[in-house]
Ligand binder design. Structure first.
Ligand code: ZN
Ligand code: FE
Length: 259
């Protein structure tokens, strides 16, 4: 459990490598659950703590993120929040969001960033007072989501939005992919001493089954290959000429897909 300024965050590992997050507004005990792919772990947690569920926050339509919507909605009467432009694919949706909209969970306010690329209509939830971003499968530690529906230029737009958030923003992504991602980052720049240090930390945490998530935006800006598509000296070091952000992002993404 993480105690931030306004909210408590419980991070629940489920399935192979997913994280579900339960947010509790400190001042009101109002709650939200981010991307409940499954339900029993969520129900156990809430019942144990004698909490209800006020909101489900969905980032995108994939089954490992929305699979528990209907069961949880029936049990708790919570409102399902998702992207207005992806409403057809978000089961039980009640609150239709778009870029710039805000949602209050008790006294905690988050704003919506539209971050398509992994899917069309993917959104993120940013809690400004807590510097906390729930970004689903858009940005991972040392990686990013595969482009299942969107284009490189859409993903670049989305990643630039995330990159422009405050440096100490904590990134609560939906998967523990960090160790696998680190192997690709290390393959690109085997001599990066900062990266080597991070990899030691990652291995140490994973060997004790500790999450590497959340990660911090400032670190990702320095180490994540998918945020460095316009960093000329980085591109130089991996032997890639700078063409444009989307072209270079697309090439790095393709290298990873084939890695
Ligand atoms: Zn996904
Ligand atoms: Fe996923």
């Amino acid at each position: 459990m993480y105690a931030l300024n306004m909210i408590y965050i419980e991070q629940i590992p489920v399935m192979n490598d997913n994280y579900i997050y339960i947010l509790v507004d400190k001042s009101t005990n109002q709650t939200a659950c981010v991307d409940p792919g499954v339900t029993s772990e969520v129900i156990n947690y809430l019942d144990n703590k004698n909490l209800g569920l006020n909101f489900i926050l969905n980032t995108h339509h994939h089954a490992d993120h929305i699979g528990g919507n209907i069961t949880l909605k029936k049990r708790y009467g919570c409102k399902v929040v998702g992207n207005k432009n992806d409403a057809d694919r978000i089961p039980g949706i009640d609150i239709f969001m778009e870029e710039g909209d805000q949602l209050s969970i008790g006294n905690s306010v988050c704003s919506i960033l539209e971050v398509s690329g992994h899917t069309n209509g993917h959104i993120s939830y940013f809690f400004e007072k807590d510097f906390a971003l729930f970004c689903g499968d858009t940005l991972f530690s040392l990686g990013c989501g595969r482009l299942f529906e969107g284009t490189p230029s859409q993903m670049v737009r989305s990643l630039k939005k995330i990159r422009s958030l405050p440096d100490d923003t904590k990134i609560y992504c939906a998967h523990e992919y960090t160790e696998a991602n680190s192997r690709f980052a290390n393959y690109l720049t085997p001599d990066d001493s900062l990266l080597k240090k991070k990899i030691i930390e990652i291995k140490e945490k994973r060997s004790r089954n500790i999450p590497t998530i959340p990660t911090i935006l400032s670190e990702e800006k320095k180490l994540n290959p998918f945020l460095r598509f316009d960093d000329k000296s980085y591109l130089d070091s991996i032997g890639m000429d700078f063409m444009s952000s989307s072209v270079n992002f697309g090439r790095i993404r393709k290298l990873k897909d084939q890695f």
